[in-house]
Design a protein around this ligand. Structure first.
Ligand code: ATP
Length: 323
């Protein structure tokens, strides 16, 4: 298959490193003589034909930038078949040989729907949540965890000084990866994740009491967004223990900022894999990082996988807390 003209979009939640991926797609594709069309605002921009040709030069000064210079959007219409057909027709009219989708699970499902309409697609995983079963790495996760870690370290200083309990809510609507990594990196006493938390505070409060009785001065509880209810939890803990309990919700700051070196390099490697796959005629694929290697998998297979709970990380969180 001759790939002469490709389109690229970023979709779903923005993730640091999306620009590094875009830059690598454009520069590597350009190196192979491809014409690259950027689509602004994800699938919404595709339906609105919001296109801009991208050159190697346009990618100057982007590798270090957070967010996405192509903008991103959530597009409800893409869930409906008639809009999927319309989007595919637009791509065919524009003579696009393949569409590169940089985003998370939902964005890949949109790509899968376009593949069913005869469009050649390839996905590059970019989401701070690391909630894709098919890959051990998603662009943006490393930066987001480091940002959260630095923020928690700062809250910890004041929390220790005031001998209070701090509940810090980090992002992760359905998956607790940011909470787990950040909690382990910050020496949190408790990490609450949507995959396992049962909303029974009794045991949690009991553990806090026991630790306080041994002279522990600070308690950091990392709570994932998917568990939520941080304010109410703080109130219950304060009532039950008599120890002042405060909540900090980190929110969108975790999405922003310059991507880490890992995110920049992984984004570039994954983009290279996408272009190579297209040149070798492998389409309807998703670039993944598995068994220590960047590789690509069939999109249908990739999206049918179920993410297992990282048991070792969960076990580790309990073993690291001082008794
Ligand atoms: P993040 O994990 O950062 O939230 P995401 O890619 O999973 O990223 P979503 O909002 O779930 O983000 O999806 C992005 C867009 O992909 C949606 O707005 C919609 O346009 C499209 N999309 C999501 N799910 C589907 C689906 N099942 N079929 C077709 N298109 C979909």
């Amino acid at each position: 298959m001759a790939v002469r003209k490709i389109a690229v979009l970023t979709s779903g939640g923005d993730a640091p490193g999306m620009n590094a991926a875009l830059r690598a797609i454009v520069r590597i594709g350009d190196g192979f003589g491809m014409e690259i069309i950027g689509i602004r605002r994800g699938y919404s921009g595709l339906l609105a034909r919001d296109f801009e040709p991208l050159t190697s030069q346009d990618m100057s000064d982007t590798v270090q930038k957070g967010g996405t210079i192509l903008f991103t959007a959530r597009c409800k219409e893409m869930m409906e078949e008639r809009y999927q057909i319309q989007a595919a027709e637009i791509l065919k009219e524009e003579n696009i040989d393949a569409l590169v989708v940089v985003g998370g699970d939902g964005s890949f499902r949109g790509a899968q729907a376009l593949a069913a309409q005869g469009i050649n697609v390839i996905g590059i995983p970019a989401t701070i949540d690391l909630d894709l079963a098919c890959t051990d790495y998603t662009i943006g996760f490393d930066t987001a965890v480091n940002t959260a870690m630095e923020a928690v370290d700062k809250v910890r200083d004041t929390s220790t000084s005031h001998e209070r309990i701090s509940i810090i809510e980090v992002m992760g609507r359905h998956a607790g990866y940011i909470a787990l990594w950040c909690g382990i990196a910050c020496g949190a006493e408790e990490i609450l994740i949507p995959e396992t938390y049962d909303y029974n505070d009794k045991l949690l409060i009991e553990r806090i009491r026991e630790r306080a009785a041994t002279g522990k001065k600070k308690h950091i509880i990392i709570n994932a967004e998917g568990v939520g209810q941080s304010e109410a939890l703080a109130a219950r803990i304060e009532n039950a223990t008599g120890i002042e309990s405060r909540t900090t919700i980190l929110g969108y700051m975790q999405r922003g900022g310059a991507p880490s070196s890992r995110d920049r390099v992984m984004a570039s490697l994954m983009a290279q894999q996408a272009i190579e796959a297209l040149l070798e005629g492998r389409v309807n694929r998703v670039v993944v990082y598995r068994e220590g290697m960047v590789q690509d998998l069939a999109i249908d297979e990739a999206l049918s996988m179920q993410k297992a709970l990282p048991e070792k990380l969960v076990a580790l969180t309990k073993r690291l807390v001082r008794r």
